[in-house]
Design a binder for this molecule. Sequence first.
Ligand code: PXG
Length: 293
Amino acid sequence: MKSLQIYIDGEFFPEADAKVSVFDHGLLYGDGIFEGIRFYNGRVFELEAHLARLWDSAKAICLTIPLTVEELQEATLETIRRNELRDGYIRLLITRGVGNLGLSPDRCKKASVIIIASTIQLYPAEKYAVGMEMVTCSTRRCSPAALSPAVKSLNYLNNIMAKIEATHAGADEGLMLNEEGYVAECTGDNIFVIKNGRVTTPPISSGALCGITRRVVFEICADIGIPICEAQMTRYDVYTADECFLTGTAAEVIAAIRLDTRAIGTGKPGALTERIIARFRELTQSTGTPIYS
Ligand code: PXG
């Protein structure tokens, strides 16, 4: 297989030579932010929204991105072109940059920009047909009072600890509750339930990332006439739902059929979920920023 070309601070490096300093605070402290973006059929899906969220994450942690939005957009497209890809996944990282062994970012002179264009498969292909099994994790989603879950930071240990629990329990995904016990999200996905034809998802204030796929699902539901709203929810709402599905750039839209070994609805992907997935696939194939024009 051809070596990937990785963008680091304005230059392209073959995969084996794409390296960062051990004094980069992204490595030393998880001090930085990222975006996971997909491209389909020669177009980047929701690129503007991902860049807007990246700038919000940067602002929230007092990080200056050393490029303009237009420059970063062009660098992202160019990274895909260099790798001659039409379908895949982009990991865009902004690290605090090289500093010293103290946690203060003051010594980090300039943030680093890294762009990887590759592919990703979060869950095995058959899960998209049969649905996912979830367990509730005892690791609670980070309190917004400690670190806002809206910041897509390079420190994912909270989610990783939950993912480890889910894997140890033999499940595909972990459901994360907030400190009060309300449903927040899964380890790398937002969660939705459907009851009596109405779609509900927890508000961002329950401790979820403001997912871009989540927003696209609101637009799809508005388009095809399915009522959708945000509401605080507990596990009761998931156990008693007719259908449940998860959303994320990496995950896309995928049915969840069990929580804590209990079947949700019929224990099979539901009809409304399938309609939303079909419309999502149409959108990903037909919209987005052209890469080769
Ligand atoms: N919650 C969390 C905690 C996430 O990390 C989402 C929700 C969904 O957001 P979007 O905007 O993608 O719809 C995410 C996104 C990975 C990976 O490598 C994870 C995400 C995105 C891309 C890749 O596991 N999570």
